[in-house]
Design a binder for this molecule. Structure first.
Ligand code: F0G
Length: 463
């Protein structure tokens, strides 16, 4: 058969399913009761009350048969386990950093690093701090300053690298605050809180150069480094023919270290690391690690977690996987846009963000439009997303309340878990809410914790 082979447009899941996990259907009445019992906070739902769980892409991915095989042959020795050396070799191969300090998850790496560097006189600069990053800095009485480009705060403005740090603002902030009061400059790839938006190689290179000009260390919050590499490959001149792993290596080459949650692009259910080149800082970090995480060759992880990450970091960089991953979110974005639902555009790496402020203009900002939309998604279709808005970011360190820059609902995709028909179902549920959007009511806070309040807050829907 002498076919001509056309360009096939359908991008398929690059795996087949060997092991199954049921999902749980509920009635609207059951969901009403469950949400009320959870204090109208989806974080407090039991996961078996949720049909499609898009709360986070963190630790929720499916592992490959190879990862499971690696786990069964792990070395659980307390000190010097061969699993650690496989993990360390993988991290060094991809990042190039000299010291690899394992931690039980990303925020533990942040906690150790900032404990060494931050006090009340210090300000950390970043494109956008993730909530745990900000909270770890503020817990040490430091300041966390977000310097993303203006486009990064405008949901509808198209820009290929909306996660870029504003280079002019970075330089101005260093001049204003003074390098002595800035322990490090960070860049978060992709920019989670700003919509899962990528950062370009040119921006990483330039931000690194500015930091180094003032003698400041430059660290990458690397949770989604593989997804960021794919965006550089597909959107930035000069990278189309490069492999994601080489793009990742170049990104890390501009940095002095990184914090990492292996629950994202480590393709693992738990784990993380702190990596850096500075010998003296690494030694001090390891001393604290022993106190809070464990011996430096396991850092709060089991040997099998180290094995899962050692393989997962490479699987996350597989081009077939990344093509499917980024496409699934883009596909949802195209369908929601066609249904007239305002989303952050272009779609990001790990999640789709609905612009709840634009979709529900009848809900006042102090009644939390994104929180309200997220609850509507659960009631309508058993979908659980997460509010990235004023409940998450609105409480100021002095106890006052200020609306966040945006009110978004994040639908985060666990890695290799849901298929296209799940996405089609999401579209139908979102469209059904959009058709009756004036029926979505705001919420008020009944009880809140002083930090990271969104995890435990109790709410009441307004009539
Ligand atoms: N940095 C970024 C950019 C993150 O997205 C996260 C976690 C962390 C640091 C902290 O890592 O959870 O392993 O301690 N983000 C998750 C999320 C929780 O849902 O986006 P961790």
């Amino acid at each position: 058969m002498q076919f001509e082979y056309p360009h096939i447009k359908t991008i398929i899941e690059p795996f087949r399913i060997k092991s199954l996990e049921p999902i749980f259907f509920t009635t609207p009445q059951e969901r009403q009761q469950a949400l009320a019992a959870a204090g109208y906070n989806p974080f407090r739902l039991h996961a078996d009350q949720v049909l499609i769980d898009l709360l986070t892409d963190s630790g929720t991915g499916a592992m490959s048969a190879r990862q499971w095989a690696g786990m069964i042959s792990s070395d659980e020795s307390y000190a010097g386990a061969s699993s650690f050396y496989r993990f360390e070799a993988a991290v060094k191969d991809i990042t190039g950093f000299k010291h690899v300090i394992p931690t039980h998850q990303g925020r533990a790496a942040e906690h150790i690093l900032f404990t060494m560097l931050v006090d009340s006189s210090k300000t950390v600069l970043n494109n956008t701090h993730f909530d745990t990053t900000r909270a770890n800095i503020e817990a040490l009485r430091g300041q966390a300053l977000d310097l993303v480009i203006p486009e990064g705060r405008q949901p509808q403005t198209l820009h290929p690298f909306k996660g870029n740090i504003d280079l002019g603002a970075l330089r101005a902030a260093i001049e204003r605050i003074g390098p002595a009061n800035i322990p490090l400059v960070m860049i978060t790839v992709t920019n989670n809180s700003g919509g899962g938006q990528p950062v370009s190689m040119a921006n990483i290179r330039a931000a690194s150069a500015i930091a180094h000009e003032y003698g400041l260390p430059f660290f990458i919050d690397a949770c989604r480094f593989a997804e960021n590499s794919w965006f550089i490959k597909t959107r930035e001149d000069g990278y189309a023919d490069k492999a994601p792993i080489d793009i990742a290596r170049e990104m890390f080459s501009y940095a002095d270290g990184c914090t990492m949650s292996a629950k994202k692009d480590g393709m693992a259910n738990i784990g993380g690391f702190l990596a850096m080149n500075n010998d003296e800082l690494a030694q001090r970090c390891r001393n604290l690690e022993i106190l809070t995480e464990g011996f430096p060759t396991y850092g709060g992880m089991a040997g099998y977690d180290l094995e899962a990450i050692a393989l997962g970091l490479y699987e996350a960089l597989n081009p077939d996987y990344l093509r499917y991953r980024i496409r699934s979110i883009e596909y949802l974005g195209e369908k929601l846009t066609a249904a007239g639902i305002p989303i952050v555009r272009p779609t990001g790496g790990h999640a789709l963000y609905i612009d709840a402020r634009a979709m529900l203009p009848h809900i006042a900002l102090e009644h939390y439009p994104a929180w309200s939309l997220n609850n509507a998604l659960y009631l309508m279709g058993g979908i659980r997303g997460v509010e990235i808005g004023s409940v998450m970011f609105g409480l100021q360190p002095d106890g006052s309340e200020k609306p966040a820059a945006m009110d978004l609902v994040r639908l985060a995709f666990p890695r290799r878990v849901y298929t296209q028909s799940h996405v089609d179902y999401m579209v139908e549920i979102c469209a059904a809410i959009n058709q009756q959007r004036e029926k979505v009511t705001g919420h008020r806070i009944v009880w809140q914790a002083p930090v990271l309040r969104h995890f435990t807050v109790q709410m009441q829907p307004l009539p």
